[in-house]
Design a protein. Structure first.
Length: 292
């Protein structure tokens, strides 16, 4: 149907008619030339750049967070057979400057004393009258890369059941304390009568501890930097061992241990069920039995 327009009655109506009958293309061109349109077109590239930059930043931060989380997980599990261990939930990190001065006082160093022995007993989880182990279940065993083998030690059902376990730090510090005591052997003497009856085993025990600590240190492979200073009276630079490290807060680990350890007399640690004993040599205990 033909389009109709009102007949112009005066000059204003004539201008109105001309505007209304302008082709659509010309209307668009006129609109593009408006100040608001020009401002929008001028700022639109910057708006797009800002949007793309924001999106890229979000993607980067997301990827960084994933990588940081994975890195932290790798740190947390660097000495664990699997990617989890019960005590990892207690791990927190802190920056620590090692006390590396040669004669730096410490509650753990010096001639034998009750205070020093107490300090070492505490951190090495030593207790000569009671065992203070952890109770773990089968899922914890699997996370540690182990299984419920016939010889594995269990708790009696009346003591709550589960498997007998400990944490590595206790054994490692026990070994270090043993070496400390060897530097004061005239004071400490043999650890117990068993070492008097089996003197050869005493040497085996010491060598075992040295080897365990070697493996721990090489596993950790500390790559912190030691710098050197010129010191009066020395012809060569002197090392600065007071270096910065990112350490696990050991107090948090011990707090977790105290909350989860089971306080039982040694008499409660017995064979449970159909236990199949390992051969002493296969278990690495043959040296204890044979040396004497």
């Amino acid at each position: 149907m033909p389009a109709y327009t009102q007949v112009a009655t005066d000059e204003a109506d004539t201008e109105n008619l001309l505007v209304r009958t302008t082709p659509s293309a010309e209307w668009s061109d006129s609109e593009k030339e408006s100040p608001a349109r020009r401002r929008f077109l001028r700022w639109m590239p910057w708006m797009l750049h800002t949007l793309l930059l924001s999106m890229s930043l979000l993607v980067f931060l997301g990827a960084y967070k994933v990588k940081e989380t994975q890195f932290q997980r790798n740190i947390d599990s660097h000495m664990v057979a699997a990617d989890s261990a019960p005590a990892l939930e207690a791990v927190e990190y802190e920056n620590v400057v090692f006390e590396g001065v040669l004669d730096q006082p410490s509650e753990y160093r010096g001639p034998p004393s009750e205070a020093i022995d107490y300090a070492w007993d505490k951190i090495s989880l030593n207790n000569s009258h009671k065992i203070m182990p952890l109770r773990i279940d089968e899922s914890d065993l699997e996370k540690a890369g182990q299984r419920a083998r016939p010889s594995i030690a269990r708790f009696r059902e009346e003591d709550g059941g589960g498997f007998l376990a400990g944490i590595e730090i206790g054994h490692q510090l026990h070994c270090l304390d043993l070496l400390r005591r060897q530097t004061y052997v005239e004071h400490y003497g043999p650890m117990d009568d068993n070492y008097v009856l089996r003197p050869a085993f005493y040497r085996v025990h010491i060598d075992h501890c040295i080897e365990m600590l070697r493996q721990v240190l090489m596993c950790n492979a500390d790559v912190g930097l030691i710098t050197f200073d010129w010191v009066a009276g020395f012809d060569v630079p002197f090392p600065n061992f007071s270096t910065l490290h990112k350490c696990r807060d050991v107090e948090k680990v011990y707090e977790w241990y105290d909350e989860h350890a089971i306080d039982l007399p040694m008499s409660h640690l017995v064979r449970v069920g159909d236990v199949v004993d390992l051969d002493a040599d296969d278990a690495g205990a043959g040296l204890i039995r044979h040396h004497g």
